[in-house]
Design a protein around this ligand. Structure first.
Ligand SMILES: [Zn+2]
Length: 313
């Protein structure tokens, strides 16, 4: 069990980086997972799309082939959150069909990355696609959506700070609190189920990927998560690439990012390099399960990206 969790975290890390490919400013981590799945589509290093895991009544998580997909069965159909890498639409639909015969009516993308939006175009144009407005702008620039035949995979409807989709028991609250992983990370709350999909703002328990090319910010990250931690009445969190977690894990993740930023500021002021900052990062006991080593941006981790951001100010 322990090994499975660790493997999941490692794969999750690799998937995000691989999906960003060469467009990411940060160097991919050393090690074999950095090269998996390049070029989009199904890569041999990615776990296949697997059976839905029940998260709550009428809510399932479908793992594999990119970010975790949520499938929420409403009165009138199925709302999907994130559609994995390209060419996985049929696999997602096959899994949805094991739990309901209702059609997919909506897709919410938590952010722009190809491992979360890749199979949007599999679904018919009648499916309403919803994202935060910055994510819509980011998606329009993606090579994957330039082809005319794929443009119906772009968002139909956007929100700026908050929006509620559907009503009554089906209500889904969408929140945006500023830059973190990208500049368009939506927090998707299934209101009556007290469950949130956090996307890659909380991909796993480790250093987040800060995609500065898509407006991500290591300086804003802790503040954004702190604001999101103010969301009320959520017990359970679907992560971008890891297992389902508790609300407290999400709150703690905000604290982790705050401590990381504070250490970055202190290290920079002391004239240390990113590698030195990484080497003497000390975290409270509760973060001991985090996968810090071998994470982002080589031996300096996220300190490279955060230093660059701090020095620009
Ligand atoms: Zn991502």
């Amino acid at each position: 069990m322990r090994r499975a969790i660790v493997l999941g975290i490692i794969l999750g890390t690799g998937i995000v980086v691989a999906a960003l490919g060469t467009s990411a400013q940060q160097a991919p981590p050393a090690g074999r997972e950095g090269g998996q799945g390049r070029g989009g589509g199904r890569g041999p290093g990615f776990p296949p799309v697997s059976a839905p895991e029940k998260v709550a009544n009428n809510l399932y998580m479908i793992p594999g082939q990119g970010g975790n997909t949520a499938a929420f069965i409403t009165d009138n159909g199925v709302v999907l959150v994130d559609t994995k890498l390209a060419n996985n639409g049929q696999a997602i639909l096959d899994q949805v069909k094991t739990v309901t015969s209702k059609p997919v009516t909506h897709i919410i993308n938590t952010h722009t990355h190809g491992d979360h939006t890749g199979s949007n175009d599999f679904f018919p144009a009648s499916v309403e696609i919803v994202t935060q407005e910055n994510t819509a702008a980011n998606m329009k620039k993606m090579p994957a959506f330039q082809e005319e035949a794929k443009k119906h995979g772009l968002p139909d409807r956007t929100f700026k700070d908050k929006m509620t989709l559907l009503k009554g028991n089906d209500a889904i609250d969408l929140y945006y609190y500023g830059a973190a992983h990208t500049n368009g990370d939506a927090f998707v709350v299934f209101r009556n189920l007290r469950v949130m999909h956090a996307g890659d703002a909380f991909a796993n328990k480790g250093q987040p990927l800060i995609d500065t090319n898509n407006g991500g910010s290591g300086v804003a990250y802790p503040e954004t998560l702190k604001k999101a931690a103010g969301i009320k009445n959520v017990d359970t969190v679907i992560t971008g690439h890891s297992t389902v977690m508790k609300w407290q894990d999400f709150v703690d993740y905000g604290e982790f990012n705050r401590l990381f930023l504070e250490h970055a500021k202190a290290s920079l002021a002391a004239g240390k390099t990113a590698e030195q900052a990484m080497a003497d990062l000390k975290l409270p006991e509760k973060f001991k399960g985090y996968n810090i080593a071998g994470g982002r941006g080589g031996p300096g981790g996220n300190f490279n990206a955060i230093f660059a951001e701090l020095q620009k100010k």
